[in-house]
Design a protein around this ligand. Sequence first.
Ligand SMILES: Cc1cc2nc3c(=O)[nH]c(=O)nc-3n(C[C@H](O)[C@H](O)[C@H](O)COP(=O)(O)OP(=O)(O)OC[C@H]3O[C@@H](n4cnc5c(N)ncnc54)[C@H](O)[C@@H]3O)c2cc1C
Length: 306
Amino acid sequence: MLFRSLILKSAALPPIKKFVKGSRLFRPIVKRFIAGETLAEAMKTAEGLADQGFLVSLDLLGENVATAEEAEQSTQNYLDVINQIGASPHKAAINISIKLTALGLDQGLDLAETNYRKLLEAAKPHNIFIRADMEGSPYTQVTIDLVRKVRADYPNTGTVLQSYLYRTDSDLDILMADKCRLRIVKGAYLEPESIAHPEKTTVDKQYVEHAKKLLTRGYYPAIASHDEHIINQLKEFAEQRGISRNGYEWQMLFGIRRDLQAKLHDEGYNVRVYLPFGDAWYPYFTRRLAERPANLLFITRSLIQK
Ligand SMILES: Cc1cc2nc3c(=O)[nH]c(=O)nc-3n(C[C@H](O)[C@H](O)[C@H](O)COP(=O)(O)OP(=O)(O)OC[C@H]3O[C@@H](n4cnc5c(N)ncnc54)[C@H](O)[C@@H]3O)c2cc1C
């Protein structure tokens, strides 16, 4: 947790950001996590994965836009994504993940809601599901409220809950009662101890509890983790309770534990690959570095070898 906090704090410093974004050194590892900068590249990868039998969630990178105009632009970009998916022979296998701060949440709730509804309206005839990713804790309540509100008109949307937050157990109950489709994750942001479990072991324990609850009573839940030990526990739990393999899906990030993604798929599970693309990769990339010290060691090694 200390390492994670150090990386996330340093990555936010402008000189570090400038260096990482400008340096060619980081390109190979950026490429490992991100499916290109354009929609065409991302669709090619998404369709390739769908050909192999994987499900996909496309994520157009970008968060915390600075102006209402930028929010309009990212909404327009997402409409292009929806149209491309709608025209794809693989459309049934591809959905999208969005961040409400890319749609203008920092500029105003009404703006974000209007843009979110535009996407849901465009997605509806194609039956494309849209998931609102969960961002840092200042956005937890507002994300839940907005998703619940728009679901009254557009049931093809859902969100994400983070097991590191103390509040999640009660949020799970509320959203499960709504039959809202949920993804459960451990949580990727830097949060204070006053609202989030600081110990990884406790987060892992909470994660298992939340995932079990969702598997038992959730509505087509998504269990999003690369933690093989936890995945094995949950597989056993689901098997013992006779929960159908088609009743839920595993989700993993593009470029992470591809071996495990393939294994689960070969075993007959639904596996969705979260596929980020676009040029605003920096915040996503730093969260991935912070999750695993080895990613940073890989970069340090290539620095020394040059
Ligand atoms: C599909 C998906 C969607 C997500 N959406 C959100 C969201 O909306 N909001 C949010 O806060 N978080 C989100 N996350 C991130 C999540 O909160 C965790 O930070 C992330 O998944 C790492 O936790 P883990 O469960 O894989 O377990 P960990 O205990 O962190 O890792 C278990 C193992 O997975 C592998 N691994 C994990 N991360 C990496 C990495 N970066 N590089 C290489 N190997 C790695 C390693 O082998 C590690 O030992 C999402 C994750 C996934 C998979």
